[in-house]
Design a protein around this ligand. Structure first.
Ligand SMILES: Cc1ncc(COP(=O)(O)O)c(C=O)c1O
Length: 477
């Protein structure tokens, strides 16, 4: 196969092959083991002469059957991993087919307009004011980066320095405050921005990491009016718990600090009256990061960044060049609002899934997940060999295996080993974390397909494998 142009005749057959195989894969997703046995190693040597598209795609499919983790299925509870709704999948296929260049309106008015509409819908869904600037990103890490880059620019300007042009030279360290819920990706973003991974002062009132609001007030007071960044987390990965956004917003407002909210999955609490109180105060933040590939259930890579001040936001990411032209109107150049300039049309799956299921569809899904999380929490509480470690305000259940008579110092290794067995077993899928000094499980429920039978396996599998590990008979049921 010397040149892709000679492969044109295979295109339709390739599309049909992928459609057939995708249907077969997804037909089995509800019951397949989450982690298949592994097997076929994909070709690892760069070929001199290619094999053609049909052969290449067939090889990929063959390797994926036993190689792909069923993370899009209903029993994958690891990390915070959403699936892909039918509308989002169809739109994502379309996005690859159309292959739009979503830099600006000249490159693709279609992609730009869809991005503008989608971001407007998302603001509405999350209770973020319509006037804020916004952009689609590759995920919450990138969205944390965008929000904190805007914060960094704002902070520099407060010191009369354009950091994006001049750098940090001569400036003091940038004060950053957060609770123990601060996500690793926000720390990473602070590193990438030159603010420093060790810069955040973590103000906690307990081992679980809850924010010490009085300590935050005192810390901000201590700055004597100097600008700072406060990062609040809406949805802690271990428990789904929230920093008190309204209280943080009030303190940040009173002290002239920038408030960034990492709401990767927690911002979806805004979709239900049952949990909306958890995001009260979001409208008073300065920047907000949310994920698409988690609770919106669109394919990787999708996230949303929202920034109150459009001028500061654009200032942090603009990259003028003569050949790129300038927009004659007030339309946003999305390639100048986030790190990437050439960008995939990420708006297609976002628009399609919101169009397909609407505000009420997402409310229904989120409320189903809330119910399922409470169901798991109840089952944990009713099991004498399990211990729930935290309240369940949202969709994450934090617990550990704790059979009677096992000493505290043995529980760490026991739960770590059990975590490995659970991943190997593959009926359900979630790893361990450290929560308040304890090794724990933290299954997170975000997949649109997940139902009662799926979550009922969580407690059943943990107890069965746990009992085997400590040498007792497996619990009934
Ligand atoms: C609170 C929070 N922030 C940020 C992230 C990072 O998101 P992503 O991996 O999509 O970049 C996560 C992922 O779990 C998260 O839970």
């Amino acid at each position: 196969m010397p040149d892709p142009i000679s492969d044109r005749g295979e295109l339709n057959e390739v599309l049909r092959l992928v459609q057939r195989e995708a249907e077969a894969y997804l037909d089995g997703i509800d019951t397949a083991p989450v982690r298949p046995p592994g097997g076929l190693e994909p070709e690892a040597a760069l070929p001199s002469d290619g094999v053609g598209s049909l052969q290449a795609i067939s090889e990929l499919i063959a390797a994926s059957v036993d190689g792909a983790t069923r993370s899009t299925g209903p029993r994958y509870f690891h990390y915070v991993t959403g699936g892909v709704t039918p509308a989002a999948l169809g739109a994502d296929w379309l996005a690859s087919t159309l292959d739009q260049h979503a830099y600006n309106w000249v490159g693709s008015p279609f992609a730009s307009r869809l991005e503008q509409i989608s971001l407007g819908w998302l603001k509405d869904l999350f209770g973020i004011p319509a006037a804020w600037s916004a952009v689609l990103t590759t995920g919450a890490t990138a969205s944390n980066f965008v929000g904190l880059a805007a914060a960094r620019r704002w902070w520099g300007l407060k010191h009369e320095v354009d950091i994006d042009s001049e750098g940090f030279a001569g400036l003091p360290p940038l004060p950053v405050f957060a609770s123990g819920y601060l996500h690793a990706s926000a720390v990473k973003a602070l590193g990438m921005l030159g603010i420093g991974r060790r810069q955040p002062r973590i103000l906690t009132r307990d081992a679980a990491g809850r924010l010490d609001v009085a300590a935050l007030a005192a810390a901000l007071d201590g700055l004597g009016g100097k600008p700072a960044i406060v990062i609040a987390t809406a949805g802690d990965v271990n428990t789904g718990d929230f920093d008190p956004l309204a209280e943080v917003a009030e303190l940040a407002g009173a002290h002239g600090a920038w408030m960034h909210v990492d709401g990767a999955f927690g911002l979806f609490a805004a979709t239900s009256p049952q949990t909306r109180h958890l995001v009260r105060g979001i409208e008073a933040a300065d920047s907000v990061a949310v994920d698409g590939h988690k609770w919106l259930n669109v394919p990787y890579e999708s996230g949303f960044a929202f920034v109150r001040d459009p001028v500061v936001h654009a200032g942090a990411f603009s990259a003028p060049a003569a050949y790129l032209g300038t927009e004659a109107t007030a339309r946003p150049v999305f390639g100048n609002l986030s790190p990437e300039m050439s960008r995939r049309a990420r708006a297609l799956p976002v628009w399609a899934t919101l169009r397909a299921y609407g505000r009420e569809g997402y409310r229904a899904m989120v409320e189903r997940h809330l119910r399922l999380a409470q169901r798991v929490a109840r089952q944990v509480d009713e099991s004498p060999d399990l211990e729930r470690l935290a309240d369940v305000p949202l969709n994450v259940v934090c617990f550990r295996f704790h059979p009677p008579g096992v000493a505290e110092n043995e529980l760490h290794n026991l739960n770590r080993t059990l975590g490995e067995l659970i991943l190997e077993d593959g009926r359900v899928y979630f790893g361990t974390t450290d929560y308040a000094g304890k090794v724990a499980f933290r299954p997170a429920i975000v997949n649109w397909r997940t139902g009662e039978d799926d979550v009922d396996l969580i407690v059943r599998v943990v107890r069965e494998l746990g009992a085997r590990l400590v040498g007792s008979t497996a619990p009934a049921g």
